[in-house]
Design a protein around this ligand. Structure first.
Ligand code: GRG
Length: 292
């Protein structure tokens, strides 16, 4: 996808520019931030934000700071999730996890600093200068999706669920917080920054929620069907931690069918945009058939 590649290039360039340069005598934390953000990530969330903004007629280039903010928050969650006190994983994005390279304390601080830097990126964005009221609403969405009502809440449910078989409804709640919250924020912030009407904003929220479910189901499937080299992180970690997943609760075939249904629901939500939503439609399809 040509548009995906051009978004990717802009996001990566801006991410590099937004990282702090440590001038004092403790550069480790900046190196650890850069190491974790550099390469490897699919950048799905920032791409969703830029495209949602474009689709609603907004200044998507002005939203780049928000897109990078979301990627920083996502990256911080991966750094912390890999820590020994969380999922205890050694590999991430095809290379040793942050705490393996820099040590646990620096990885905790790098994650904290990425989260903090994200809000600076949003507050200093062009969108914040040009449309401050919209940006303020978007910043509130950003903090909600990352906090206890969003991703952190999902991680708490995840940790509580280790070693147990949980009901499918609880798994769906957990996934909608842990994985869905950031995807929803991506699309909703894009809409808010564009000043979209309620119909378009709600359609993008429905798209993101279904996409987030599909994304997590595919993640569960890849954890049993892929290999570490392709995935860039260890496989079988859900089973090792005795986590309930779509695969453990439904079996592989029904999990695949569920991913297909959620993808169809995501695509269906885009009807209001007509042909202009082709990019988001093919993104949903590509994410369903992804291998990493
Ligand atoms: C704050 C500690 C802490 C955790 C929050 C998001 C999260 C909870 C933990 C991260 C681990 C995880 C498996 C989350 C589920 C969402 C998910 C599938 C993340 C991986 O996203 P990708 O595939 O990753 O977009 P890349 O590396 O491509 O950016």
């Amino acid at each position: 996808m040509k548009r995906f590649d051009s978004y990717l290039e802009m996001i990566n360039r801006r991410l590099t520019a937004l990282l702090p340069v440590c001038t004092y005598d403790a550069p480790d934390v900046c190196d650890a931030m850069r190491y974790s953000l550099d390469g490897g990530g699919k950048r799905i969330r920032p791409v969703l934000l830029l495209e949602s903004c474009r689709l609603c007629g907004g200044d998507w280039e002005g939203a780049l700071g928000f897109a990078c903010a979301l990627e920083m928050i996502h990256t911080y969650s991966l750094v912390h999730d890999d820590l020994p006190c969380m999922d205890d994983d050694d590999m991430r994005r095809g290379k040793p996890a942050c705490h393996i390279v820099f040590g646990e304390a620096t990885a905790v601080l790098a994650g904290d600093a990425l989260l903090t830097q994200a809000f600076a990126a949003a507050a200093n964005s062009e969108a914040a200068k040009k449309t401050p009221a919209r940006a303020l609403e978007a910043i509130a969405l950003l903090s909600k999706c990352a906090g206890a009502e969003g991703m952190i809440g999902g991680q708490v449910v995840d940790l509580q669920s280790e070693g147990k078989t949980i009901a499918l409804s609880r798994l769906q709640t957990m996934d909608s917080l842990k994985t869905g919250a950031l995807m929803r924020a991506a699309c909703e912030i894009g809409a808010v920054l564009a000043g979209a009407d309620n119909e378009k904003r709600a359609a993008l929220v429905r798209y993101a929620e279904a996409l987030g479910q599909a994304f997590q189901i595919v993640d569960d499937i890849l954890d049993v069907t892929s290999d570490e080299k392709t995935l860039g992180k260890p496989i079988g970690s859900d089973a090792e931690l005795q986590k309930s997943t779509y695969v453990s609760l439904l079996g592989l075939d029904r999990a695949k069918a569920a991913a297909k249904d959620c993808t169809a629901a995501a695509i269906d939500a885009l009807n209001v945009f007509g042909a202009d939503a082709a990019f988001l439609r093919s993104l949903a399809e590509n994410l369903m058939t992804r291998t990493s």
